[in-house]
Design a protein around this ligand. Structure first.
Ligand SMILES: [Zn+2]
Length: 289
């Protein structure tokens, strides 16, 4: 009887420690890039940036690796491996290669990035994709064993984009990126989702850039939170009030940007953008724990 009381007390104590320190939650989050795009004028992406703030930018193509005890997660898979090492025009539309100026080495691609950290593609349990543009969904075909997490609307969008967003392929939606993955396992969401049921990896619906864009918020073991906006916010200039030039809905885009901004302010979270040159230079290529 006494023994079981001590046991119960110990269990209670462990639960308390667990909830206050984030016990057994995310072990770490790694921020990397699938090469770089640019240089190009910032106004090519954000037309409203005023003259005195205009400059040429070279942007990262952000990807994230999340180590959780219940499974390894990749958030966005970058540009397709086929455009590596100067072969852009063999896979993307030549005009897009000329505009985006993407430079990606074979060693920048997600499978090699995982290898550098000591993982293999086979170990990845979940692939979350923010949206179906070519610089985010490019290598989902490398993960046939994973559960692929999309907003259901984004799958509709990927397979049949609005004409004004560039339906003709190859444009910013590349059918060859998603076609080989058609028979994979999809967790099709219609809203926010708590990935492992412990609130440590939250998928946040952030439409506007595309019909079904989604972002991710992580609760780190240290207790801090980070929000990966991906293309809900390209870069600091968007947060400064200059909206992205490519949107499914400007109204939804603005609501989503504000959602993440106020979440950052209320929770004291760090907010990371998809394509911010300065932020990546200062904070990319490292683990967050
Ligand atoms: Zn992007």
């Amino acid at each position: 009887m006494k023994k079981s009381l001590i046991g119960a007390a110990l269990l209670g104590f462990l639960c308390l420690v667990g909830s206050s320190t984030g016990f057994a939650q995310v072990r770490g989050v790694y921020w990397t890039t699938s090469g770089f795009g640019g240089p190009f004028p910032i106004v090519a992406l954000i037309p409203t940036v005023p003259k005195e703030k205009q400059r040429d930018i070279t942007v990262p193509i952000s990807m994230w690796i999340i180590d959780h005890p219940k499974g390894l997660v990749v958030f966005d898979t970058g540009n397709n491996v086929a455009i590596s090492d100067g072969n852009c025009k063999s896979y993307w539309a030549p005009g897009l290669c000329d505009f985006l100026q993407t430079k990606q080495k074979r060693s920048d691609v997600i499978d090699e990035q995982l290898k550098k950290l000591g993982y293999s593609t086979d170990q990845v349990k979940v692939v979350i994709t923010s949206h179906t543009h070519l610089d985010h969904v490019g290598n989902i075909a490398m993960f046939p064993k994973a559960i692929h997490v999309f907003q259901k609307k984004e799958l509709y969008q990927g397979w049949w984009p609005e004409k004004f967003q560039g339906r003709s392929s190859p444009g910013v939606f590349v059918m060859a990126d998603i076609m080989p993955a058609r028979e994979f396992n999809y967790l099709e969401l219609e809203g926010d989702y708590d990935l492992f049921g412990d609130r440590s990896v939250l998928i946040l619906t952030t439409p506007g850039h595309t019909l079904g864009h989604q972002s991710v918020k992580i609760k780190l073991a240290s207790g801090g939170s980070i929000i990966m906006s991906q293309d809900a916010i390209w870069m600091q200039e968007n947060l400064d009030g200059y909206p992205a030039g490519l949107n499914y809905s400007v109204k939804d885009y603005t609501d989503s940007l504000n959602r993440l901004k106020f979440m950052r302010d209320l929770e004291g979270a760090q907010l990371f953008f998809a394509h911010d040159q300065d932020q990546y230079a200062a904070k990319g290529g490292r683990w967050y724990k």
